[in-house]
Write a protein that binds this ligand. Structure first.
Ligand code: HEM
Length: 398
């Protein structure tokens, strides 16, 4: 069966991001994989069902991050050398090269260790929430959901107090890909970022501090300097904007469902977190892969060399897998969402993300139980890949 080549609906549009359930249905009407044009990437295939999304993510022999001897998927010829360096991280590698890098940090992100971080994560949330009490209205994105994960990652890495604020500020600027101009400026700013991380690593060598950076430096088979810089970059980048979007999207979803919110806050069970991850689908699209050879996915033939982006958002809103996918059902069970991806690149930080979300929500609502939206239809950044609210204005007290 050949796939249709119609470019609708636009997965980066406000319409799609506001109502993915309808958008996914419209995509599915064109087949389990469709060919569309993506900004900065060009022509690519995207998955439209749970089964196709899982297939592409799991079949890593067919769908690879790198084309033999060529640059990783998504990297453009015009991007500076520093970008190439940063992009050469575990998410951009396949097979043994990927396993080696992931093996260096797997243990640090395992469930038990991450759960032990709860008091520190809660302290970061409280530190941000304290000063907000003086204000009546805030932007939940800029004032809470954005700085919070940056603080948590800096802490986890063991970035010292002297560098922490600069790290958090640089991370915020760097992760801002909200418009093509800002993406370009963040791409062009990578040289400065690389120098900054090198200096940070140099300091950690001289004065080791508790944290992942020290563990990486004292590994029996330590990473090379370039690998270390791109690892720090990946951990920061992968865990930052994603978490911001997950937290802000969750507050929006909860505020629109007050009864479900009240029941969950009274008993904040893990099922609620899974449902929020599904419903928000903060990572709407995966990193693009190359088809290493001609591959058939759910009856659709993808030619060798084609770019393919799996859409977790399509999996998460697939009515064949989830009853009434548009509804937020906080005790939905089972909930086989693909919000953290699947296969060898399954989100390394999934336990941390779950912890951050739960703690961020619990601390926020404990301090501001009367929080209300002041804009019922906030807008998303019109991008494929991330489902990111531009802002979320809220009133903190009744
Ligand atoms: C908060 C919400 C988060 C969501 C929704 C999310 C989602 C994802 C998804 C879908 C992937 C797979 C990408 C692909 O296959 O192309 C991924 C990979 C990854 N995530 Fe997350 N993530 C989140 C938070 C985090 C955090 C907090 C960290 C760590 C600090 C993290 C670190 C990573 C890394 C390192 C990878 C690449 C893993 C590999 O290549 O083996 N993520 N994430």
């Amino acid at each position: 069966m050949a796939a249709k080549q119609i470019a609708t609906p636009d997965i980066a549009s406000q319409v799609f991001l506001r109502d993915p359930a309808a958008g996914v249905l419209a995509l599915q009407a064109q087949g389990p994989l469709v060919r569309i044009r993506l900004p900065l990437i060009g022509r690519a295939w995207v998955t439209t069902t749970h089964a196709a999304t899982k297939d592409v993510l799991k079949r890593d022999e067919d769908f690879r991050m790198t084309k033999a001897g060529k640059r990783p998927a998504g990297l453009q010829w015009w991007m500076p050398r520093s970008v190439r360096l940063l992009a050469d991280n575990m998410l951009g590698r396949d097979g043994d090269a990927h396993r080696r890098l992931r093996g260096k940090v797997d243990r640090a992100f395992a469930k038990r260790g991450i759960e032990a971080l709860e008091p520190r994560v809660a302290a970061w949330a409280d530190r941000l929430l304290g000063p907000l009490a003086e204000r009546r209205e805030i932007d939940l994105v800029a004032d809470y959901a954005r700085p919070f994960p940056a603080d948590v990652i800096a802490d986890l890495l063991g970035v010292g107090a002297a560098r922490r604020d600069a790290f958090v500020a640089r991370a915020a600027g760097f992760a801002d890909t909200s418009t093509p101009m800002r993406t370009l400026s963040s791409v062009l700013g990578t040289g400065g970022f690389v120098r900054f991380v090198r200096a940070m690593v140099g300091e950690a060598r001289k004065t080791p501090r508790d944290g992942l950076l020290r563990d990486l430096l004292s590994d029996d088979d330590p990473l090379g300097e370039a690998e270390l810089v791109s690892m720090v970059f990946l951990l920061m980048f992968a865990g930052f904007e994603t978490t911001t979007n997950l937290i802000s999207g969750s507050v929006l979803a909860l505020e629109r469902n007050p009864a479900a919110k009240a029941a969950w806050l009274a008993d904040p069970h893990p099922r609620g977190i899974e449902e929020l991850v599904r419903h928000v689908s903060a990572v709407a699209g995966s990193k693009p892969r190359f088809a290493a050879r001609e591959a058939v996915v759910q009856g659709i033939t993808v030619p060798a060399g084609a770019l393919v982006m799996a859409l977790p958002i399509a999996a998460n809103y697939d009515p064949a897998m989830f009853d009434a996918p548009k509804r937020l059902v906080l005790d939905r069970l089972p909930n086989p969402h693909l919000g953290f991806g699947a296969g060898p690149h399954f989100c390394l930080g999934n336990q941390l993300a779950r912890l951050e979300l739960r703690v961020a929500l619990q601390r926020l609502y404990a301090r501001f139980p009367d929080l209300r939206l002041t804009d019922d239809r906030p807008a998303y950044h019109e991008r494929a890949g991330h489902r990111a609210l531009k802002s979320l204005p809220v009133r903190l007290a009744a």
